[in-house]
Design a protein around this ligand. Structure first.
Ligand code: ADP
Ligand code: ZN
Ligand code: ZN
Length: 671
């Protein structure tokens, strides 16, 4: 007998099992649940919230195996078909079950709150708007290339990605804002999604946006919001109330029913790649999302990724250029190389760099010292027996953190007090080897006791809000010398900064990773770009043992174009991305041999014409937290061929039910 009140909900659940699960649901036929709604169900003896992806009159599941859904969250309007398609694409492309992609991106509170609590939270939406709108600020007059870029983007209809290639300080932000203004004016309900690579960059841009668009509701989405805030902002976007959504990579999966423009600032930044769990590229998903909706997308950078540069060269992307700095009289800083063989550093600083800092102090200008290594020293050692502070759980060293009196492993967080004597021979004279930001800070403070020195790195900014406080101190001019890791290299508009010293970039020159030179170049150009932004002549000093290296030559000449073109040629000749597509299968086990054995079996378990599968190898950092890790690189010149192979391969591997923990990464950045 057909019961008109009965239907079957196909529900995606956040679990590694691939399937969508059927549940029974009885309701008035007029109130049938809709695809895109959330439902509460019991799964593996727990109550979980799943996503309804189908509503059917029949099911193949035998009646005695079928459970009833517990509730349907009807107070939340359904996620749109387009959003489901985005999640579906990501699941397919990255070879993960839909539930694992779609559900973790939703605010936790939507998944755990009771119905009553959910009702209450909707009502709070107004809070997302600022309590007092700041006074509106006039738009500055754009220069000709900014105006041309803003008009080209703002006036665009349809899908064609734009690479906004503009030197550091060329005023890309202004271009984004004016393009936004045009879209907001033209599309009465239109929404705009803006992504930045780091949480630390959201306040600067958030301030700009609020000042510029006082009446417009802005939602922010990043990992430092509380769960309550996160849900409010997510809902504001989902209900179409927030016209601008600003966030880090996780915001790419937010629900935006009226999305009309996507902006990806600093598109080259590796932070757009999620490096655990679902290893997606927010930039790549953004391009897909724009294509799906047939809307414009802007990828902005002074040092575009080779992938995007390649697309711009081939005409797939439109390239818009800003060749000059925006502020009157501001020019790019002079970049000079300091030969460390001739000018031997003491305390890590060459005499040339010390003299330059001294000069800035006398003039009341700011200096930035960039060193991408936190802690005091990367390792301590015993000179009499050769003992070094290795981590007992990882293939790495315990880093000396002197102010905290600790040794710390940066990979597994193992911590211990600094030993008083050598654990092997008893020698009491243990020496720090190499230097990190803390040691540089100590050396500078001794050299310039009067100077106001501030260190910004992951250690100095652990407390919530402390990073923002530190950046504000720099902006207020209360710092003479800033020492920092890559945290300070990106995006910041420090107006009084006229000297950048780059302490020891050489190690990256000889890395095995073929992307290392692309990254080093981008990093040097970005950090150099923090200097001289307000029109005061400025310089960048790079300390190196290899002043002849062509990479440094390109930085000296601010010559991204030639450098990128040469790198692309190299990649084409060597058959590397973007001319080749890759995926990486990783396995972990207590013993390396077990991981390698699994990967060998994975390599041999299937025919794979047109696909190259390399030999399994241990990862460079083999052991982390007592687990050994190995990897298998899979390559093909054809993306569809690789995708088709991966799909079948994953099914085969899942059926094997191996006890080895394994995961797949599509388009890996670190191999
Ligand atoms: P980018 O993101 O390209 O590095 P920003 O957008 O941070 O550069 O702009 C650099 C500086 O130039 C900022 O201080 C900004 O206020 C200023 N600026 C941008 N456009 C103009 C303009 N048309 N006239 C004057 N100043 C501008
Ligand atoms: Zn010893
Ligand atoms: Zn460790």
């Amino acid at each position: 007998m057909n019961n008109p009140r009965l239907c079957y909900l196909q529900i995606a659940i956040d679990t590694p099992l691939n399937a969508v699960f059927d549940y029974r649901w009885e309701c008035d036929p007029a109130e049938r649940p809709q695809i895109g709604q959330l439902a509460l169900v019991s799964f593996a003896r727990r109550e979980v919230v799943g996503l309804i992806v189908g509503v059917a009159d029949q099911t193949d599941v035998p009646a005695d195996k079928l459970k009833d859904a517990l509730a349907v969250r009807s107070q939340l309007s359904p996620l749109s078909a387009q959003w489901l398609a985005l999640a579906g694409f990501a699941a397919d492309y990255y070879q993960r079950p839909l539930g694992e992609v779609a559900l973790p991106g939703l605010p936790k509170n939507l998944r755990v709150l009771t119905t009553v609590a959910l009702d209450r939270a909707l009502k709070k939406l107004a809070k997302v708007a600022p309590a007092h709108d700041p006074a509106p600020v006039d738009m500055p007059v754009l220069n000709a290339s900014q105006q041309a870029a803003a008009d080209a983007i703002g006036g665009q209809q349809g899908f064609k990605p734009t690479l906004l290639y503009g030197v550091t300080g060329s005023g890309k932000t202004e271009v984004y804002l004016q393009a936004c203004a045009q879209v907001l004016a033209r599309e009465p309900e239109g929404q705009i999604l803006i992504l930045v690579p780091e949480i630390n960059l959201t306040p600067q841009l958030e301030g700009n946006i609020r000042a510029r668009f006082p009446g417009v509701m802005l939602a922010t989405l990043h990992s430092s919001l509380s769960e309550g805030e996160r849900m409010l902002h997510w809902l504001a976007a989902h209900h179409g109330k927030a016209r601008i959504v600003l966030g880090t990579r996780l915001a790419i999966l937010s629900s935006l029913p009226h999305l009309k423009l996507i902006i990806i600032d600093e598109e080259h930044d590796p932070s757009y790649k999620q490096q655990e769990g679902l290893r997606y590229s927010a930039r790549d998903l953004a391009v897909w999302r724009a294509w799906q909706l047939q809307i414009p997308i802007v990828l902005g950078s002074a040092t575009p990724s080779l992938e995007s540069w390649h697309h711009a060269q081939s005409g797939r992307y439109r390239k818009l250029e800003l060749r000059e700095r925006a502020v009157q009289n501001a020019v790019l800083p002079t970049v000079k190389l300091v030969d460390m063989e001739r000018d031997k550093p003491s305390d890590g600083l060459t005499s040339r760099l010390v003299a330059a800092i001294k000069q800035r102090l006398e003039r009341g200008e700011q200096s930035l010292l960039f060193l991408n290594r936190r802690g005091y020293a990367p390792v301590i050692c015993c000179e009499s027996c050769g003992w070094v502070s290795e981590c007992t759980r990882c293939t790495s060293f315990m880093v000396l953190h002197r102010p905290e009196h600790r040794l710390r492993c940066h990979h597994c967080s193992l911590e211990m007090r600094i030993p008083r004597h050598c654990p092997t021979c008893g020698n009491v004279d243990l020496q720090p080897l190499g230097r990190g930001t803390q040691r540089v800070e100590e050396g500078l403070q001794a050299m310039f006791p009067e100077a106001r020195i501030l260190r910004i790195d992951a250690d100095s900014t652990r407390k919530k809000g402390s990073a923002q406080e530190a950046f504000d101190t720099v902006h207020r001019g209360e710092v003479d010398i800033l020492i920092g890791t890559q945290m300070v290299a990106k995006g910041h508009d420090f107006k009084k900064l006229t000297l950048v010293g780059i302490m020891n970039p050489d190690t990256a020159l000889f890395s095995q990773d073929y992307r290392a030179s692309e990254r080093l170049f981008a990093q040097l150009m970005q950090v150099a770009g923090r200097a001289g932004r307000a029109g005061i002549p400025s310089e960048v000093l790079i300390q190196t043992r290899y002043p002849q290296h062509p990479l440094y030559g390109a930085v000296v000449h601010h010559d991204y174009d030639h450098f990128a073109t040469a790198l692309l040629e190299e990649r084409e000749q060597a058959a590397l991305p973007p001319y080749l597509f890759q995926a990486l299968l990783r396995a972990e086990a207590r013993e390396l041999a077990t991981a390698i054995e699994f990967l060998t079996m994975a390599r041999d378990c299937m025919e794979h014409p047109g696909i190259t599968i390399n030999d399994p190898i241990p990862m460079t950092m083999t052991r982390v937290y007592n687990v050994d890790r190995a990897q298998l690189l899979v390559e093909s010149p054809s993306r569809p061929a690789l995708q088709a192979f991966l799909k079948e391969w994953m099914l085969t591997l899942k059926e094997m039910k191996s006890r080895v923990k394994w995961s797949l990464e599509v388009d890996p950045l670190d191999i």
